[in-house]
Design a protein around this ligand. Sequence first.
Ligand code: NCD
Length: 316
Amino acid sequence: MPPRHLIRTSDFSTAEILTLFVNALHYKQLLASKTPTHHPLKHKNVITIFFENSTRTLSSFELAVKNLGGDILRLDVSRSSTSKGETISDTAANLNAMNPDAIIIRHKNAGAGYYLSSQVNCPIINGGDGAHSHPTQALLDLLTIMEHFGLEELLATEGRSDIAPIAPLDSIRGKKIAIVGDVINSRVANSNLELLTRFGMEVILVAPPHFLPQSELRTSDDLRTIAKEVDVIMSLRTQTERHNQVIYGSLKDYALRFCVTKEILGDSPCIILHPGPVHRNIDIDDEVLKDPRSKVLEQVTNGVCVRMAALDFLIA
Ligand code: NCD
């Protein structure tokens, strides 16, 4: 059987995602109680190769592999032969010749993970490719949202084979989420758009016009008004590294309209997500980051167990 890959969220069916989440919650409990997990990745070698910077994604993938008893080889790209001019295709062929059990890749070019998956014999997990896709981030975002709205329905899906492929859970179907910021350049937004709409959430894109993609979805440049009607706000970092030219006056000007502040939130019960790294007081203000409605660190915690479940699913 050819290996399965996780390049985009659509690589996993709805039923597979629910199974993965139930497993992730099981791992979360074990980690929280410091109970050792079984070791499904024992004697398995996983290579991480990150051509772009990362704090959360790389470390949580590596922790996830270790928690499952696997071995990690981190390819230091700055010291690898890529910096001597080796093509990604040759790097891939050489990595493949070492027979790894999975490769996790991040690259500035959209499609890098997809391309690699055609060159190797093991699962490829996309840790972010350009502005295209970041599937594990969207998965951990969705799990964090589900946790907030109650897990009974999700946990009741365990072992069921009759799960509807479209919007299977009442607990989140119809809930409204504002995705705020540099949507057009964000792989996090892109992956979430597929996943959250598949699970029946209503997505509203909130940004200045030059940060909005062509989309059938509702759009707005008025965060203050939209914040009053949504259940979730997902704030995004302005992806300055992907801008060829400066397309706003300054980040400060941007913040005046799109920073999620305590004043804009008022007493709304909505929760706040951000994939990190946060531009403090540009994306979200200090006060909101300290507020219990901010789930930003919960997302990081969920990142480890979602990635454990994804590795378990693809490799073990
Ligand atoms: C995001 C990324 O790298 O796409 N961060 C992350 O993985 N947690 C978002 C960003 O860099 O703004």
